[in-house]
Design a protein around this ligand. Structure first.
Ligand SMILES: Cc1ncc(C[n+]2csc(CCOP(=O)(O)OP(=O)(O)O)c2C)c(N)n1
Length: 654
């Protein structure tokens, strides 16, 4: 432990120098003073155990086995860094050593850790997860949701709170009324322990107990380590800024508790090491660190292509030709189609687990998962607390550790409650950790208006997800597509947002019972035509088809494109169609500003603009929330009539 603490201190002192020299391009948070926590916790872990850490995670990574060379190279932005220069100090990862990532979003790693622990337990592996976070993180929703879920499902996690008294400049006593953060553990039904975080042995002993508990299947423990950082919140914090929130005297007082000096004294007094031996050990570490830094400075930078890699890891192989209909065609509604597809895939692939609010006993608000609990049991069909950040984060963690979770967000409107987990975690981890981690996760959500559910239960929001690289977004318009898209989504190694329109759940359509996969990223021309192109998705495809039928009776030939995949959008199919028809109407059940319809219009403006015979027309929801009154609601959602009028306008036949 002493050696590890020395290494961490030496590496971080070096990083401080590099920062002063201007060699570190980004943020740098040092943990000087807090080394005993990293050393003590890691001494109690084994090789098959995992850690998750924070923006202040150099020490944790070094103690868990990351080489100082990989660390320096990463922080200097070099291709030989642990994340090929794509992560930097706040986003380190070394899966080979069980380091499942340091995280730049305070508190976000807490549900992820529960998820990795869930996967370990599910697979019957004996590993445990240690999750580090600061006192500041203990006031995030992710803390409460993550700890609660870990406790309820008795997951093998050790939550390690490094209470260094400050979240940047905010002293914990100004934002938290209880004396010990560990007290919070009792409200989740788990043990909470307070230890002297400046004493590696005390940290080690507390962790050892927590690890034993976790390995025995007794669930998580919260360990609060009372510690202190001797440096500013970030490496370049000027003393004048630091003085705004803590005095020099206070820092000096805490420096008397320096864990390295404390252990040194103990080692000498107990006759374990002499002063000469300690000096020589320090020299060795210094020399080793110096070599690593020199090598890292000389290492190559990443090539430009590296910036464009690791976003969407290659999907699993699909055993049949895409789009090939197979098996008997059976008339089914969309909710039942999704259910039988999930059931079939779950029978084949034990990695698939379902999570969500009321999806088990009730079968979901829209009964999509009805009966699956009975067949697969509580181990694979999990009713969750109302805790979107908790269970979506947990599912991401489980995916990181090799499972394939399918999460249901009851109404897509509630995705806002867990947007950090979707956009900063699920979408980004594979990229920022340079492909070391994959997130094979499907997030299903009911969307759309028409059921008189008003402003907070009627949105589609596909454009919000589609704005984020790293996610794929699909939206079936009929039961057959729901089957093909879901089967394909379950072969992806990236998060897929699967949007299910509520008004389509009960709509019948022919569904192929065999292996049927629809390529993700490909739109479909669902009706051929020559006068105008209508682009739509989800429920709007059906309205566009009806409009096309009406117009056909008047001799107007409409080509209808069903986007199927909203992101990444299929530019080629749109461009080819508009080149052919010369006119474009985009129908979207969503607001026009910054929407999918804006995107489609931009694709045409950037591409076959010269082919346009008339301006592009969009039929969208007025830029107001959804009202409750049925007539008012119906007036908001694009109707067949409005689509027909839009086509007439682009055809100039008003
Ligand atoms: C969700 C979120 N909010 C705000 C920030 C900005 N931020 C970065 S570090 C930090 C303080 C964190 O304090 P604490 O959790 O106690 O950890 P420490 O920095 O003391 O190690 C804040 C607010 C962030 N990264 N994430």
């Amino acid at each position: 432990m002493y050696r590890i603490m020395l290494l961490i201190r030496c590496v971080e002192e070096k990083l401080k120098e590099l920062n002063i020299e201007g060699l570190i391009p980004g943020f740098l948070h040092l943990s000087i003073g807090q080394e005993a926590v990293a050393a003590g916790v890691m001494a109690a872990l084994k090789d098959g155990d995992y850690i998750l850490s924070t923006h202040r995670g150099h020490g944790h990574c070094l103690a868990k086995g990351m080489s100082e060379y990989m660390l320096f190279a990463e922080i200097l932005g070099k291709v030989e860094g642990c994340c090929m220069g794509k992560g930097g100090s706040m986003h380190l990862c070394d899966v080979k050593h069980g380091i499942m990532g340091t995280n730049g979003v305070v508190g976000a790693n807490i549900p992820l850790a529960a998820g990795i622990a869930f996967a370990l337990k599910y697979k019957g592996e004996e590993g445990v997860v240690a999750c580090f976070f600061g006192d500041g993180a203990s006031n995030t929703g992710a803390f409460h949701e993550g700890l609660n879920l870990a406790a309820v499902w008795k997951l093998p996690v050790i939550y390690v709170c490094e209470n260094n008294l400050y979240a940047i400049s905010t002293r914990i006593t100004r934002v938290t009324l209880i004396q010990d953060i560990a007290e919070r553990a009792s409200s989740y039904g788990m043990p909470g322990v307070v230890v002297d975080g400046m004493d590696p042995l005390a940290v080690y002993e507390a962790t050892l107990k927590a690890v034993k508990r976790a390995r025995n299947g007794e669930g998580p423990t919260l360990i609060e380590c009372k510690t202190y950082r001797f440096c500013g919140s970030y490496a370049a914090e000027p003393p004048a800024v630091e003085r705004l929130y803590r005095s020099e005297e206070e820092v000096k007082e805490h420096m008397k508790r320096d864990p390295i000096k404390k252990v040194e004294k103990l080692l000498i007094e107990s006759g374990y090491l002499t002063e000469v031996e300690i000096a020589s050990l320090k020299e060795d570490i210094k020399a080793r660190v110096k070599d690593s830094v020199e090598k890292a400075k000389a290492a190559p930078k990443p090539s430009v292509e590296i910036a464009f890699s690791h976003l969407y890891p290659e999907r699993e192989e699909i055993p049949v030709d895409l789009e090939e209909l197979s098996g008997e065609l059976v008339e089914l509604p969309m909710n039942e189609t999704i259910r039988i597809t999930l059931r079939e895939e779950m029978r084949k692939d034990k990695r698939i687990v379902l999570m969500g609010e009321d999806i088990g006993v009730l079968g979901g608000d829209f009964r999509v998962t009805k009966g699956l609990l009975e067949e697969f049991g509580e181990r694979r069909v999990l009713d969750t607390p109302i805790s979107e950040t908790g269970f979506v984060g947990l599912a991401i963690g489980a995916a990181m550790a090799g499972l394939k979770p399918v999460v249901e967000i009851m109404f897509v409107d509630f995705a806002g409650a867990c947007m950090d987990q979707i956009m900063n975690q699920a979408a980004k981890l594979s990229y920022m950790y340079a492909g070391q981690i994959r997130i094979p996760l499907v997030i299903r959500a009911a969307c759309g208006g028409g059921i008189r559910a008003a402003a907070q239960h009627s949105q589609v929001l596909s454009s919000i997800f589609s704005h984020i690289p790293g996610l794929k977004v699909v939206m079936p318009s009929n039961p057959c597509d729901a089957r093909g898209l879901l089967k394909s989504a379950l072969k992806e190694n990236c998060p897929v947002i699967f949007l299910e329109h509520k008004l389509l759940y009960g709509v019948l359509g022919p569904v192929p019972m065999g292996e049927y996969y629809i390529p993700i990223g490909k739109a479909k021309v669902v009706r051929k035509g020559s006068d105008a192109t209508v682009v739509a998705s989800g429920l709007m495809v059906n309205r566009a088809l009806e409009a096309a039928k009406n117009l056909d009776e008047r001799g107007i030939s409409i080509e209808v494109i069903d986007l199927r995949t909203i992101s990444p959008i299929d530019r080629e199919t749109i461009v080819n169609s508009v080149k052919h028809t010369g006119r474009l109407v985009i129908v979207e059940e969503d607001w026009a500003p910054c929407s999918i319809s804006s995107e489609v219009a931009a694709i045409v403006a950037e591409g076959p603009f010269d082919s346009l015979l008339s301006p592009v027309k969009r039929v969208t929801t007025p830029f107001y929330p959804m009202p409750y009154n049925p007539e008012l609601e119906d007036s908001m959602i694009p109707s067949v009539k409005k689509i027909v009028s839009a086509v007439e306008e682009v055809m100039d036949i008003l």
